[in-house]
Design a protein around this ligand. Structure first.
Ligand code: ADP
Ligand code: MG
Ligand code: MG
Length: 199
């Protein structure tokens, strides 16, 4: 069973990975966006860990809802509301149980990813974070490690895609040939989950 502490550790691991890879995320965003994705994510997850540390929530759902709220309020740009919605919706789907099974998390994440698609109007193949999140949520039914691999493969698969949503879509065909920054940060969040689950 995965308790509130597990989810807290997941968010802490995500913050560490995002911080480590912030320059890489910004580099990807400088190719097809406005070169702020690394700093956006780093600022957002620093706020998440600070808020969780101040008053640690007692349930898995409450950890994710608080984390999502922090991302919405601290990250300007497209990714803040989208990631905020992802975590809030996933958290709400977990309800107020004190611990959840990996299967319940997989189902809740599926609901979270669906609300990202609804909010942003994007679908698979549009070269966004969804290209990592959709396969990851699907594979999470199998294992954390499978989800991590699916997210990484999904992020890599955005390279030949032409962006149809977000800032990168303004580039048209010139968006082809670059990995989507949001797909990479999504893969980092799922990698942090696998890392937490392996401990
Ligand atoms: P901004 O583009 O406002 O500067 P960020 O650079 O932080 O915001 O985030 C960009 C990422 O957000 C993109 O790489 C993409 O993955 C994701 N994104 C943008 N628009 C959408 C959308 N409509 N649906 C899903 N993801 C999106
Ligand atoms: Mg940007
Ligand atoms: Mg921006």
């Amino acid at each position: 069973m995965l308790d509130a502490d597990f989810f807290h550790r997941w968010m802490t691991a995500a913050a560490a990975l995002v911080s480590r890879e912030a320059d890489h995320l910004t580099e990807l965003d400088s190719a097809i966006g406005d070169a702020d994705h690394g700093s956006n994510m780093e600022r957002g997850f620093a706020a998440v860990t600070a808020a969780l540390g101040k008053e640690p929530p007692q349930t898995p759902g409450a950890v994710l809802v608080l984390a999502g709220r922090q991302l919405i309020s601290t990250v300007g740009g497209a990714s803040g509301p989208l990631y905020g919605t992802l975590l809030r919706r996933t958290g709400k789907s977990l309800g107020d149980a004190s611990a959840v099974t990996p299967e319940q998390l997989a189902e809740a994440l599926g609901a979270g990813v669906a609300s990202v698609a609804q909010l942003g109007g994007a679908q698979a193949g549009d070269k966004t974070m969804l290209d990592a999140l959709l396969p990851a949520a699907e594979a999470l039914g199998t294992s954390f490690e499978a989800a991590k691999e699916a997210a990484e493969a999904g992020a890599l698969a955005t390279v030949p895609m032409q962006a149809r949503k977000g800032r990168a879509s303004y580039l048209g065909e010139r968006s082809i040939g670059h990995k989507d920054p949001g797909a990479m940060s999504s893969a980092l969040l799922v990698a942090a989950l696998a890392e937490t689950g392996a401990k």
